[in-house]
Design a protein around this ligand. Sequence first.
Ligand SMILES: [Zn+2]
Length: 273
Amino acid sequence: MKAIVINTGFLRIPVEDMFSDARPERKSTILYPIDQEKRCLCVIRSLLCRSGSMNILIDAGVGELIDQRILTHYDYRSEGDWNTLLKPHGLSPADITDVILTHLHFDHCGGVVQHLPCSIDPEEVILTFPKATHWVSSIQWEWAQNIVEREPDSFFEHTFLPIQTAGRLQLIENNTEILPGIQVRLFSGHTRGLMVPIIATENETIVFAGDLIPTSIHLDPNIGMSYDRDPELVREEKKGFLAEIKSHDWKLLFQHDPVSERREEKGERRKEK
Ligand SMILES: [Zn+2]
C-alpha cells in the first residue's frame, strides 16, 4: 500500500479555539503563523491510500456546499475540487473505491458531496465519489444526527445524509480491520465515535490521528481544542494512544498542522513547502 498526503485547503482558526489550554506566552503556539486577528493557519489534509485496484481516501475536506458565512469566518481557502486534487495522481473521483471519514465535522466530510452539474437547484446534490463505499462509525453517524442542533456550525446534514440516500454508507461498530492493511480505532473525546485509521504501507505504519491529535502541539495531553466535546476524555485517550503508537513505532500524521506534516524522529519539525 502506498500513502499520499493531499492538502485540500486551509482555514484560519482562533488561537484559543485551536489550542484550548494555550496561554499567549506558550512557546509552542508562537511557532505557528498567527494573524492580526489572533487566528492560526490550519491545513486540511487528506490521505490517499493505493493498493492494487483500491483507491482509498481518508477524509474529504470542506468541499463546495458549506455556508459562505462559515467559510468567511474561517477564511477558508480551497486547493481545488477533487478532480483537480486527484489529477496529479492519474485518478478521477470515480476511481475512488472507498472513503473513510474520521468523523462528520464539515472540514472532514464536506467534500463527499457536490452540486449536481447544470442544476439550478442548490438543494440538488450528488456524491463526489459515486462508486465509493463511505465508511463512518455507527456511533458518529447517530451522534451527528442528534447533535446537529447543538453544534450547528460543525455538522451539516446535507453533507452526510446523501451518503445513506445513495446507498453508499458502511457503518463500523468496533475497532477492526476494515480493509486489507487499514485498521481503525474509535475514540469519543473530540466527538463520539471519531475513527482513527492505522495504515500499513510498504515500509511503515501511519496513524491518521485526525482531530484527536490535529497538530504537533496537541501531542501535549493537556492541550486540546475548544471543539472537543469531552476534554478530560481526550486527555486520557491521547495518553493511552500515544504510548501505543510509540511502542509500535508507528508514524503519526498531523491532519491540521501547517508546520509539521508528521512527527519526525528526534522531534524535528519539517517545514511545509
Ligand atoms: Zn472535528
